[in-house]
Design a protein around this ligand. Structure first.
Ligand code: SAM
Ligand code: SF4
Length: 331
């Protein structure tokens, strides 16, 4: 087996798989309020097609899959799909990122299907602020989804919080305080300039400022080292002394973590993108629909490795090119 190693000696073991570009919410930093056209369903990869790519990549050392979207729980058959991914030889870990609107009804089945990791996006603990961010009055459903996921055994439950200056940054301390009573892993994610550049310029807040503000209220947080304590990927994790939960900061913008990048993204329409911030993509859909062999899929994976950029070069991307919406890429 030849591992998936790119030109800069990074081994790719993690694929984020977007199973749909559709979503039931309209988060301000992710989707326009209206005028979005969904990809026609015949252009979206079937579950069999997704599994084929995952299976071949797993033979080359892929170990972790994150199911995302759009909103993955809006696609019919997602529970069965997760069950099938779970059985792919070599895949050791499956996780899901969701807005949790449908989680209350689905959490138990997802757990039964072998899912153990869920990241829930929740940017505010205040129903009104939440409604302004997601453009839907739906906080209570999301919160019920969180409680149900905790009840059926998803621990540690990860909460993704995108902080925006003047919108919800004042709530950072409330999320930190939540970790004092709940075993949640709150992960603050820096707002990334993927859509709506004008808003990003006005509301981007670098994390050092957030850490400083939080620590003036809580005192110094204790840094956590080691993967066993949730310190994986591009996150810096901390704990409030005595708290059951964890606070993490994902410095997506202010620090680059490209030299340890181990991931690629499969879009719902069958392109593999080697970097979130690059327009480069390798199309797998045509090959799959033209009856390609597993060796040909491996050849396409090798192309992905070949074109994976060394750094995201976010600083050098012209503004008009930063418009690829996150919803198409799965975050
Ligand atoms: N719909 C699901 C959800 O919201 O969890 C999964 C897809 S969503 C695109 C995946 C993650 O990307 C979410 O946690 C969301 O907050 C994050 N995201 C979307 N746009 C972002 C942006 N411009 N900057 C930072 N994170 C973003
Ligand atoms: Fe939908 Fe997730 Fe994007 Fe919000 S962040 S609009 S929930 S895909």
């Amino acid at each position: 087996m030849q591992p998936l190693v790119d030109a800069y000696q990074r081994e790719i073991t993690y694929m984020r798989v977007s199973i749909t570009d559709r979503c039931n919410l309209r988060c301000v930093y992710c989707m326009p309020e209206e005028g979005l056209e969904w990809t026609p369903s015949d252009e979206i990869l079937s579950y069999d097609e997704l599994l084929r790519i995952i299976t071949v990549a797993a033979r080359r050392g892929l170990r972790k899959i994150r199911i995302t979207g759009g909103e993955p729980l809006v696609r019919k058959g997602v529970v069965e799909f997760i069950d099938r991914v779970h059985r792919v030889p070599g895949i050791e870990e499956i996780a899901l990122t969701t807005n949790a609107v449908f989680l209350k009804d689905m959490a138990a089945d997802l757990f039964k299907a072998g899912l153990r990791g869920i990241n829930i996006s929740i940017d505010s603990l205040n129903p009104d602020t939440f409604a302004k961010i997601v453009r839907r009055d739906i906080f209570h459903k999301v919160w019920e989804g969180i409680e149900e996921a905790e009840r059926v055994g998803f621990t540690p439950l990860k909460l993704n919080v995108v902080l925006q200056q003047g919108v919800n940054d004042h709530e950072a301390i409330d999320f930190v305080n939540l970790t004092r009573t709940k075993p949640y892993h709150v992960r603050f994610i820096e707002y990334m300039p993927c859509a709506n550049w004008d808003t990003w310029v006005k509301t981007y807040k670098p994390f050092q400022a957030v850490v400083d503000e939080v620590e003036t209220m809580t005192g110094k947080m204790i840094p956590i080292n080691g993967a066993n304590e949730g310190n994986t990927g591009p996150a810096e994790n901390f704990r409030i002394p005595g708290a059951p939960g964890i606070v993490g900061f994902i410095h997506a913008v202010s620090h680059d973590f490209c030299d340890t990048c181990n991931r690629v993204r499969l879009t719902a329409d069958g392109q593999v993108r080697p970097c979130l911030f690059s327009e480069i993509a390798v199309d797998f859909r045509n090959a799959l629909r033209n009856g390609c062999s597993d060796e040909e899929i491996e050849g396409l994976l090798d192309q992905v490795l070949y074109v994976k950029p060394e750094y995201h070069e976010l600083d050098m991307i012209p503004e008009e090119k930063k418009l690829t919406t996150m919803v198409n890429l799965g975050g």
